[in-house]
Design a protein around this ligand. Structure first.
Ligand code: UT7
Length: 324
């Protein structure tokens, strides 16, 4: 008999500290009007001194486990999407595993930048479908503000910190209907952080500080095109029409990108989950944060059809179609 994965519970976590657009006006040449009209962002949460990706991931994971009624000891695997791990190694998934007391299960990170949660979800789903795991914790967690140049208005106004998680359980009925992952390594220069281990930490070189570099308007165009294509691919793979969708749960980078995808799907914005105004772009945290908010607010109901999508550095992009 075929085995599928279902989302048994969701959770999320945000740092307590909030930075508004007005706060940013105090130390960088920008305005609330510019940020809100170009991105839809009004505020973002920022990790405080000593607060790490693992801290946020652990909180989101505990909430998802509680919602699912699953004990950490039942987990077969933890997959964590992040591009801002606490340490180079061990993986943040291993740090979270120990804190949860789930020692023994497989645990590893996936780095696919803003698409990290969808990549991690696809891995978890694939292990369950293949019969190699029955209960998987999937997390997307970031403290991206740690690698921002707070004097660069092109990037520092865009990002925030946060985490979201889901518990996947094996089920005879399909929850995750399909996932679709893509990447194009040829566009590295448009969105990246040049610091690395193997290339050497070269802080003396121009542009080599620990910071995000982005050609925003180029990324914007690629994002809209790639997301159009992946949502079409997802519906076609499942023989479904856009009118079958109940909710679009998109990556929260820019409200104008979200609106473009909604238009492609002929969905009115009241069927689109938007959190970018409150969270900014939390990279791998953004989709599971939006999903958890949608579930906890009662918008997303069991049995509904959800389309999740994301686009980010790499480039990477992907989607998941889910019967919740
Ligand atoms: O999650 C990973 C994927 N990332 C994304 O999807 C981000 C995609 N890109 C975007 O969201 C948008 O391109 C941005 C929000 C980053 C920028 O918006 P834009 O409409 O593409 O603006 P732009 O980069 O073309 O810049 C327009 C102007 C420039 O001034 P000039 O050259 O026209 O005089 C910028 O210097 O806006 C200026 N600008 C700002 N002004 C005030 C750029 N950043 C700011 C700022 N405040 N924070």
């Amino acid at each position: 008999m075929a085995v599928f994965s279902r989302i048994a519970g969701t959770g999320s976590a945000l740092p307590a500290k909030v930075l508004t657009n007005k706060d940013l006006e105090q130390f960088v040449e920008t305005s609330d009007e510019w940020i809100a009209s170009r991105t839809g962002i009004r505020q973002r949460h920022v990790a405080s001194e000593g607060e790490t990706t693992a801290d946020l991931a652990e909180r989101a994971a505990r909430a998802a486990l509680a919602a699912a009624g699953v004990e950490p000891s039942e987990l077969d695997m933890i997959v964590l999407g992040t591009t801002t791990p606490d340490l180079i190694f061990p993986s943040t998934a291993c740090l979270v595993q120990h804190r949860l007391g789930a020692n023994g299960c497989a645990a590893f990170d996936v780095n696919a930048a803003c698409s990290g949660f969808l990549y991690a979800l696809s891995v978890g789903d694939s292990f369950i479908r293949a019969g190699n795991a029955r209960t998987v914790l999937v997390i997307g967690a970031e403290t991206l503000t740690r690698m921002l140049d707070w004097s660069d208005r092109n990037t520092c106004v865009l990002f925030g910190d946060g985490a979201g998680a889901v518990v996947l359980k094996a089920d005879a009925e399909a929850g995750i209907l399909s996932t679709h992952l893509h990447a194009d390594g040829g566009k590295k220069e448009l969105l990246y952080n040049p610091v690395g281990v193997s290339v050497g930490f070269k802080p003396e070189e121009k542009n080599a500080g620990v910071r995000v570099l982005m050609t925003g308007n180029e990324v914007f165009k690629h994002a809209v095109k790639a997301l159009d294509s992946v949502v079409d691919e997802t519906l076609a793979a499942n023989g479904l029409d856009k009118s079958d969708l109940d909710w679009l749960i998109p990556h929260q980078a820019n409200l104008r990108i979200i609106e473009a995808t909604a238009k492609r799907l002929e969905m009115s914005m009241d069927r689109v989950i938007v959190t970018v105004d409150k969270h900014g772009n939390t990279s791998a945290g953004s989709v599971p944060l939006a999903l958890d908010e949608a579930v906890r607010s009662g918008k997303v109901q069991r049995g509904q059809l959800l389309l999740l999508e994301a686009f980010g550095g790499g480039f990477t992009w992907g989607s998941a179609l889910i019967r919740y």
